[in-house]
Each structure stands twice: as C-alpha cells, then as structure tokens.
Design a protein around this ligand. Structure first.
Ligand code: FES
Ligand SMILES: [Fe+2]
Length: 437
C-alpha cells in the first residue's frame, strides 16, 4: 500500500475515488421504524454528506441535503407537515422528491417555486430498511438482491451499531478469521468447549491456512486446518461490493446473514447486521452449558440523539476505554477483558485511530484476504473513475444472491471449491422454499 492506494480506499466524500464507487450502489441508510409519518426530521450523514431524512404524511421517505435551497438554513429544524418538509425560516416547502411545492414568502405573481429543487436522493424501502441512491443516474439501478435483505421483515433481525472509525478497517475485521482465536477466544482452551462444537477447532489450531479468490460479487476466502487425521475444518467468508460481508461464524448451510459497513463519513461507519431469525446460535455454550467468557451478544446502547453522530452508539467507547476490565483480562477466560464479541471488534478497530495508518502495517500470510479485497476495491473504483466501468452488482444485482459463508467439516483432502459447492448445494434457502410452497 502506498499513500495513494490508502487515500483512494478510505476517502468516501463527493468526488473521491471510493466515494464515486459507493455512489453507484443503493445504500442501506436507516431502519424504516426510525422515521414516522409527519414525525421529526432526522439528521442522516452518508458518505460525508449531511442529509435530512423524513417520512411524509403519505408514508413516503424523503432524503435531501440538510441545507434549504433558499438561504441554506438547516431543514433539520423544519416542519414535517401535510405531504412535505417546510423550512421554518421563510416557509418554503419541499416534497419527498425535493420539489419546492410552496413559496409563501414571495407574492404569488413572483413565485418561482417551479425553478427550485432541493438536492434530494432517490429512496426505496423494503423489508424494514430505508435505502438511498446517491448516484447520478436519472433512473436508479435495481435494488440489491442480497439474500437477507429479501427476507420479509418478520424473518430477519436488523441491528444498527455505529463505529467510530473508517469503514474499511471496520469491515476488515469480518474478513480476518485468524483474529477470532485471539481477540475473542485467546483465553479459551479446547477443553472448555463442548465436544460436538466446531468452534473447538478454532482454539485447537489458531493458525489456519488460506485459499483466497475473486468472486463475481467481490472476494472469498476459505481458511482451513486439519480437524483430525481424517477430516478438515473449513471456515468460508465473503466480501461483496462495495461494503458487504458474510462471516464464517455459523453453520454454513443455515448461516443466512449479511453485514454492511456503510460509511457515515471518513471517520464514522454504520454497521448494519441482517440475520435470519431461524439461524442457529453460532457459538453455543461451553461444555458446562455456560456462556463462554466475554461472548455476550447483547448490544448496550447509549440513547440516540439528534446529532449527526447520534444514532446507535454503544456505551463502550474510546472515552471509557471500552470499559476494559483488567482483572478479567488477567484472570483468564476473557482474553481482552472487554465483554461482548462485537464490543471487542469495536474496541480493536477504533483503537487503530479514525483512519488506520496503512503505511505502518506489516501484512502477512494470514492477511491474504485483506490484501485481495483492497486490490479488488481499488481496481473497481479506479476502473469506474477512469472510464465509467459499471462495478459488479450494480446492474446485475442477482450476482449478490448466491453467496454464503460459514464453517463445516469434510473428509481430509477435498478440494476447497468442491467443499464450497457441496455446502452451497445443501444450504437452506427460505425464499425459494416459500416460493415453492
Ligand atoms: S432558508 Fe429556507 S425558506 Fe428561506
Ligand atoms: Fe471479531
């Protein structure tokens, strides 16, 4: 990585290389439940742009520049009333598409509202998520066909968590399997783990080998290690353009989940987890039936505020050292002394600083997936910036659908692509089952 590679990867504002790439895709931006019809407008920062989101009286969602096109007062203060958002400075009113529909501060014969438009982005809503398209096409591309986003709202659990660092270093935690045996499970010995749990192999051999490849939608790795003389333990995970991941932590055939790392700006990221509700628990209890130390999966949130960075923050953060418990760290059991798998990931990636210093890294064989993913992103972003090559999944969203991750055992000696193909074939597909019923 040189300075230019690093800058091109991490900067997401308007006009940047990665910012242009990200604006080609629909972005998941909020939960539908965050916006009530005629409710208070919400500050929403996306890709470094300060936007206002609101739901009008008809239920339509509007997302527009927070600056009123008249004299730049913030529409956050606006009145959300009768089918539009009215600026409280001079009363100009805008509909969800940004059209100025009322200009009461001007005599009727001088009214020029038909000439004024707020900078509004196209929005869509599906299965509990609000999506925003920030690209320049007059006709937005189709919505993504990422499997968990296609599940009915009742079938999927949706969680948002803000992370105070650049999107890429946050995302890279999901495609870096070797950290699991340290950050999360460094003090857990195989003897602590239930006999029938695949998780045992992660803590028996903490240094797996890897296969890494480009895929239609992004990149994929298989981490593998011998389970015993006859069997191999596999962990597959995916990156999908431009910020989606699937982790290996779950039974492959039922591990229906997708995770997005949506940049708020260069230094803040919204993590969005979509998990099929019938997904089995990814790591069970220890051999005595107790939760393993530090493995809490419950998020403890601060109350949301109306600030640009006020949504979905955890109580553990940099200002309180993520509530690290040095005694728990020393006693064993919880390697970090920080409780909660997500909190551990949050602490470690935020500890790198707002944007990690790529030039100080020393990447090794266990970082092959990270290197490959950075390269894939840079190639796609530069190809788009240079000659407008449409990046993967924008016009062909169906390539995002048949992608799965997870862990499993096979007979030793099986080729990795054959192992993946067999698991894909055996995977549960609730949407296809519903369609067939
Ligand atoms: S600044 Fe908004 S109506 Fe004047
Ligand atoms: Fe992790």
């Amino acid at each position: 990585m040189n300075r230019k590679d690093s800058e091109d990867l991490v900067r997401v504002g308007p006009g940047t290389t990665m910012g242009k790439l990200m604006r080609q895709y629909w972005l998941p931006a909020a939960m539908s439940s965050e916006l009530k019809a005629d409710g208070a407008p919400m500050r929403l920062m996306l890709l470094g742009e300060k936007l206002i989101a609101f739901r009008d009286s008809h239920g339509r969602v509007g997302v527009m520049d927070h600056k009123c096109p008249h004299r730049c007062a913030s529409l956050f203060l606006g009145r959300n009333e009768a089918g539009g958002l009215r600026c409280v400075y001079h009363g100009w009113k805008f509909d969800a598409a940004g059209n100025c529909v009322d200009m009461p501060s001007v005599p009727p014969e001088r009214d020029f509202k038909h000439l004024v438009k707020a900078k509004a982005y196209k929005t869509a809503e599906r299965n509990g998520l609000v999506w925003v398209y920030m690209g320049e096409r007059a006709e937005a591309p189709p919505l993504p066909q990422i499997e968990a986003t296609l599940l009915p709202e009742s079938e999927v659990s949706i969680q948002f968590v803000q992370r105070e660092c650049n999107w890429l270093q946050a995302l890279e935690g999901d495609i870096d399997t070797s950290h699991f045996g340290f950050l999360h499970a460094g003090s857990i010995s195989p003897d602590d783990v239930a006999e029938d749990s695949l998780f045992r192999f992660t803590v028996t051999n903490r240094a797996p080998d890897y296969h890494v490849t480009d895929t239609d939608a992004g990149t994929m790795y298989a981490a593998y290690r011998p389970a015993d003389a006859e069997r191999t333990y596999w962990r597959f995970a995916n990156f999908m353009m431009p910020f989606w991941t699937q982790t290996p932590q779950g039974k492959f055939t039922e591990h229906l989940h997708n995770r997005a790392w949506v940049p708020i700006d260069d230094n803040h990221t919204m993590f969005i987890s979509l998990m099929w509700r019938r997904h089995p628990a990814s790591i069970g209890p220890d051999r005595h039936g107790r939760q393993m130390p530090g493995f809490s999966r419950v998020f403890e949130y601060q109350p949301n505020t109306t600030d640009w960075y006020g949504r979905w923050r955890l109580t553990r953060n940099q200002s309180n050292d993520w509530l690290i418990d040095r005694e728990a760290q020393a006693r064993g059991g919880n390697y970090t002394g920080i409780d909660g798998i997500h909190a551990q990931d949050q602490a470690i990636t935020e500890s790198m600083g707002p944007v990690t210093d790529h030039l100080s890294e020393h990447l090794g064989p266990s970082d092959m997936m990270i290197m490959r993913t950075r390269r894939r992103l840079l190639q796609a972003a530069r190809a788009f910036a240079k000659n407008g090559s449409v990046p993967p999944g924008v016009d062909d969203p169906e390539i995002m659908y048949p992608v799965r991750s997870g862990d499993f055992l096979t007979a030793a000696g099986l080729q990795w692509r054959d192992a993946y193909a067999a698991q894909m074939h055996a995977s549960v597909r609730p949407l296809e089952k519903q369609a067939a019923d």
